[in-house]
Design a protein around this ligand. Sequence first.
Ligand code: NAD
Length: 396
Amino acid sequence: MAKEIVQPRIRGFIATNAHPEGCRARVLSQIETTRELGVEDTGGNVLVVGASTGYGLASRIVAAFGRGAKTLGCFYERPAGGKRTATAGYYNAVAFHEAAAEAGVGAWSLNGDAFSDELKAQTVATLREHMGPVDTLIYSLASPRRTHPKTGVTHQSTLKPTGDPFTGKTINLNTGAVESVTIESASGVEVADTIQVMGGEDFALWVSLLLEEGLLAEGATAVAYSYIGPDVTHGIYRSGTIGMAKLHLEETTPHLSQRMASAVGGRAYVSVNKGVITPASAAIPVVPLYMSMLYPVMRAAGTHEAPIDQMNRLFREHLGGTPVTDEAGRIRLDDREMTDEIQGEIARRWAAVDTDNLAEHADFRGYQSEFRQLFGFEVEGLDYGQPVEIERALPS
Ligand code: NAD
């Protein structure tokens, strides 16, 4: 056992460590938010792929604490070793398990590569032993790479435009300067690799596996998450390599839905979620400047939502009955982000923003603080001067 005082170690813009108590406090706060919205004790079995941070963690919390469902969460996180802390997602998962045990809701976790056949086989074994067929599959992976289970080739995703080179405003996350960035277009191979990582193939493999193993319950729902975003990030996001991968996911999903409908009377959906601050979105050029604007603009309009608010909306307003979808069959949790009012205000601020007037148009300090909170730092009410146990065990 190792007690340490844990202070943030920031490299570039990423924290390379995490605070276990800060992560725990944030998980508990999401559980509290969910309970305040009421518990509809419908139970059931929910499998969340990518369950330790961001949208997947929020989905798991709503399933367990808003619905009383048993959950199996898969994720890829590093435990503590020596003086090195675990990753935030690891501590989040530990905190989730503690709370689930206290509340008496069943929870199982698998820490490993969800793209691999091994982890998929472990999932099947765990479902058989402890849970039975799942009524909801949530697919919430965000990964920079994927080793293909059949070929063994490791594909790396890139974040580049696909047509002309992209030039746009961005924020330097180290200095807070607003700069112009030009990013050259991706090669065909880079587009194909990004689709391999973040496209629909792995979601399809998960659905196929559960169908083949008889582990999708009658009327089951499968949901994968996507993003569209505003005009200002269009060139780098939606029409970029990552957007091509999301398009592939969105084109794959109706086929999966058909298969699920004929096999178990189920459906598959893509849910287009709103932009939120996560390590995954911080890695995309231009997006952090947009997020630094989006949060204050949506707060001022009274429509700001964190991942837990979005996932409460998904489970309560859509997955409880028949989901409301757009003309392409997608659930649109980004509806409040994409209103003319919000996007008009963003466009106005975007045209005007520079390094000197940044604070007037965007909340970069707020962005940085939210970002550190993802790693358990700058969480209100915690005494960061106290040593804490950094080695924590996930239930085996
Ligand atoms: P995140 O980085 O917070 O979470 C990713 C999860 O995937 C973590 O639990 C991580 O452990 C897991 N993971 C990564 N690689 C893995 C692997 N090989 N095996 C097992 N688990 C693995 O990401 P997020 O921002 O919550 O994104 C989740 C999904 O939501 C993505 O599809 C993303 O595109 C989508 N989305 C994100 C945003 C946003 O603004 N962040 C907006 C809309 C949609």
